[in-house]
Design a protein around this ligand. Structure first.
Ligand code: FES
Length: 345
């Protein structure tokens, strides 16, 4: 305690002095320009110019579908911005204001969201957006050198687009692939190499100069053979066969109602060895409409019974010492988490 008081006293009564080194930033340029994290000053189209591209029947239908999946329109903001980016190629200021109107939030809130995430583009980019991670793991493994090499190869600086419109370089924060550091994204795909004529990021494969060359050549070849990049859905996945998210076209995930809450799992499950099998007993809330008893076989859970909902015990005649059970309860269409696993002893 005395030590803490001493430390507090010291901090309160002494000025901590830090040695001032030279600033890595050029005071003549804005910080944003120097890291390429945000785009340089961009001419902004008016609302009248962008509306014809946003108010198409296809986009309207997707917006309606999207908004119906969230209890509050504001919840759809990220995806609405994605849709706009998909339609325009980037998110101009007026489009952010438009998204705010759709999502019933303030323009400043929508703007802060759109500028927080580096996935939103605030200027048109080249066909291949090279997003280099500049965060700590990648930096430690030589990201700066790789970025400088790419800039030199393409003859542009971070934040710029090549005159042929093919490449734009930006630097972003951690891409969540630190084990492969240094890494980059080419549009929405991780790329540290090219394997079997595809961009790839195999475990342990980091960017180096040779691989950067391979990736740039892959992009150039693709541009020659494929007129434009295939359309992606609002989450960046291929449109067809992408069913993993409620917002994606063709999604199978269920839309939850405003007051959705998951039911509680079955509690107090016990499994006792008795003559003629294993007796499993439990407690559960009265509103359950369906119960399942499952037994573990290897790494797989197999259904062994559907006990009537008002019962609180059942005998599994095939049960033996060491059998492991769990119960799953359903209430209406809501499925509770499985209960704790219990072993028959
Ligand atoms: S630090 Fe670069 S991917 Fe995490």
């Amino acid at each position: 305690m005395n030590k803490i008081q001493g430390a507090v006293h010291y901090v309160a009564n002494n000025r901590l002095q830090f040695e001032k080194g030279p600033s890595p930033f050029d005071p003549q340029k804005s910080a944003a320009d120097q890291v390429g994290h945000k785009y340089k000053k961009q001419e902004q189209p008016s609302l009248e110019e962008i509306l014809p591209k946003l108010e198409t029947p296809a986009i309207k239908q997707r917006l309606d579908d999207l908004l119906s999946r969230y209890p509050e329109p504001q919840g759809a903001l990220l995806e609405v911005l994605w849709l706009i980016q998909e339609a325009l190629g980037w998110v101009p200021r007026e489009a952010i204001r438009y998204a705010a109107g759709i999502c019933e939030c303030s323009p400043v809130h929508a703007f802060s969201v759109a500028t927080f995430y580096t996935m939103y583009k605030h200027a048109p980019t080249g066909r291949f957006l090279l997003q280099f991670c500049r965060n700590i793991c990648c930096e430690q493994k030589g990201a700066s050198n790789i970025i400088a090499y790419t800039e030199k190869s393409l003859g542009i600086q971070t934040g710029e687009t090549t005159p042929d419109g093919l490449f734009t370089i930006v630097q972003v924060e951690c891409l969540g692939a630190c084990a492969n550091a240094p890494v980059m994204l080419v549009n929405d795909d991780y790329a540290t190499d090219v394997q079997d004529s595809k961009l790839s990021m195999l475990p342990g494969t980091s960017l180096n100069e040779e691989r950067v060359d391979k990736i740039l050549n892959w992009c150039r070849e693709r541009a020659k053979n494929l007129k434009e990049e295939p359309t992606r859905d609002a989450l960046g996945g291929p449109i067809l066969g992408h069913k993993g998210h409620p917002g994606a076209p063709g999604a199978t995930a269920k839309v939850q109602s405003k007051n959705y809450a998951p039911p509680s799992p079955v509690l107090g499950v016990q499994a006792a060895l008795i003559d003629g099998g294993v007796q499993v007993s439990w407690k559960c809330a009265p509103d359950f409409t369906h119960l399942l008893l499952e037994k573990k076989e290897g790494s797989i859970w197999k259904q062994v019974a559907e006990p009537p909902v008002r019962t609180t015990e059942i005998i599994d005649p095939s049960g033996e010492k060491g059998s492991v059970y769990r119960m799953i309860a359903t209430s209406g269409e809501r499925v509770a988490k499985p209960s704790l696993e219990v072993e028959a002893k």
